[in-house]
Design a binder for this molecule. Structure first.
Ligand code: GLU
Length: 467
């Protein structure tokens, strides 16, 4: 059974780099009918924040990357880490190190002077007695010889000489376990079969493998995913708009569009650009991920969002449109109306935020007309078309886009006016501006009563303006 995990540290806001790692782990588990685990690596109590944890949980929820197990919190597993530390000490795979900071500094200077790579020299490996007055750290006894070959799914075989790896501190002098050690215990206890993570962790991997082997565990397979870079070639950061993943939600992106964008970043399937979640699960393979870093392109993300909005069912859009409308002070429960609105707008909105902004008039009478639009379309000339339209629409037996269309069309013909000369004044009257979905659809969704009220208001407006 394949078991993958996403193991973010809640020390910074989850952004798209982390989301891509999460997505790859999730897809890999889903594709193989496996289990996806969420683990919050909050051992660094100083730098971890509740806010960052909240963003991870809420972000994963919004994205639909549901965990089959977890969330587990490292901060709640301290007992277990202590137990494994004791085990390593008892088995001779770890030892207490009493070297002081001054001694370690002096060691470093000596090594640098001798043109050696600075590293712990293993002094305390052979110490038998404690040193009074010094709280020891615990170090892992790394093998002195041989090589560790990380058989990475993306980078291929990466060799590390044990001689290059010194004895890692696995518990600090206050007894608290360190990051690399906790990861090892967790990956072992959670029976992780595939570790998919950022390639900034590749250098940790040989040490983690050595610890797993010392614990008698079978190391998982590893896949180190390359970084995402900003357009300037630097590692993606706040500067490039690498904001909290929730910002994309608030800006009106569909989760599947963001996931589609991220799956394509460093992976491809022929020249296909648009993927449904099902296709991603079926086609994605971690082995096919590029070794080199990829560059974040916000324009492409926006384009994909538009493509996904166009391809979505209106019912699906409703779920994401609702919070956008709520942010504008519009709380609607009428899902059928919301679906009709989404359907009328989905061909023209790049984001759901934009869709919401352009749909406010469906739910709330425009406070004022757009000045330019009113000047152009709510004039003396439009009085007759508006009055006639109001009258005929009031008398329609059925209120459908088709009957509305026919009414406006025949009115234009009778008045010898271009269709726009009738439709635009109506559009401004009902929406307040000169852009809306096709007028027949717009009126159908608005409903007869609202349409007629707004037409009368526009007629009054023109009359009042003429005096
Ligand atoms: N907690 C690490 C991070 O956020 C990930 C560690 C791992 O996946 O092994 O970068």
């Amino acid at each position: 059974m394949i078991r993958t995990r996403f193991a973010p540290s809640p020390t910074g806001m989850l952004h798209i780099g982390g989301v891509r790692t999460a997505l790859y782990s999730w897809l890999y588990a889903k594709r193989h009918g496996g289990v996806f685990i969420l683990r919050i690596e909050d051992t660094d109590r100083e730098r971890s924040t509740d806010e960052a944890t909240r963003v991870i949980l809420e972000g994963m929820e919004w994205l639909g990357l549901h965990a089959d197990e977890g969330p587990f919190y490292q901060s709640q597993r301290m007992e277990r880490y202590r137990e494994v530390l004791e085990q390593l000490l008892a088995q001779g795979h770890a030892y207490r190190c009493y070297c002081t900071k001054e001694e370690l500094d002096a060691m470093r200077v000596r090594q640098l002077e001798a043109k050696q790579k600075p590293r712990y020299d293993g002094t305390c490996r052979h110490r038998t007695e404690p040193r009074p007055g010094v709280d020891p750290v615990i170090r892992f006894k790394n093998p002195l010889e041989g090589v560790v070959v990380v058989e990475d799914e993306i980078h291929g075989n990466v060799r590390f000489d044990n001689a290059e790896l010194d004895d890692l501190i696995i518990a600090r002098s206050d007894g608290s376990p360190t990051y690399n050690f906790c990861v090892v215990v967790d990956d072992m206890d959670m029976n992780i079969t595939h570790v998919i993570r950022g390639d900034d962790h590749l250098n940790n991997t040989p040490r983690q493998i050595n610890m797993l082997l010392a614990l008698g565990a079978r190391p998982p397979r590893y896949a180190h995913v390359p970084m995402i870079l900003g357009a300037d070639g630097a590692k993606l950061s706040k500067r490039h708009g690498a904001v909290s993943v929730l910002q994309y939600r608030d800006d009106g992106y569909l989760p599947e569009a963001l996931l589609n964008y991220l799956v394509r970043l460093g992976w491809s399937h022929g020249d296909q650009e648009i993927f449904t979640l099902e296709e991603m699960i079926r086609l994605f393979d971690i082995k096919d991920v590029n070794k080199s870093a990829s560059t974040f392109n916000p324009d492409k993300l926006l384009w994909l969002n538009q493509q996904h909005i166009m391809r979505s069912t209106p019912e699906h859009l409703v779920k994401h449109l609702k919070p956008q409308l709520a942010a504008l002070g519009i709380d609607v429960d009428d899902d059928a109306k919301l679906a009709a609105v989404a359907k009328s707008q989905q061909e023209r909105a790049k984001t759901l935020k934009e869709m919401a902004q352009n749909s406010v008039f469906f739910f709330r009478e425009p406070a004022a007309y757009d000045e330019k639009a009113a000047k152009k379309h709510l004039t003396q000339d439009s009085l007759t078309p508006l009055q006639e339209a109001a009258e005929r629409l009031a008398g329609l037996t059925s209120w459908t886009a088709q009957s509305i269309h026919e009414t406006i069309q025949s009115l234009a013909t009778e008045l010898s006016l271009a269709l726009g000369k009738v439709a635009q004044p109506i559009r401004v009257a009902v929406s307040g501006g000169s852009v809306s979905p096709p007028i027949d659809v717009t009126l159908e969704v608005l409903g007869r009563q609202t349409t007629l009220e707004r037409l009368r208001r526009a007629i009054d407006f023109i009359a009042a303006n003429q005096q």
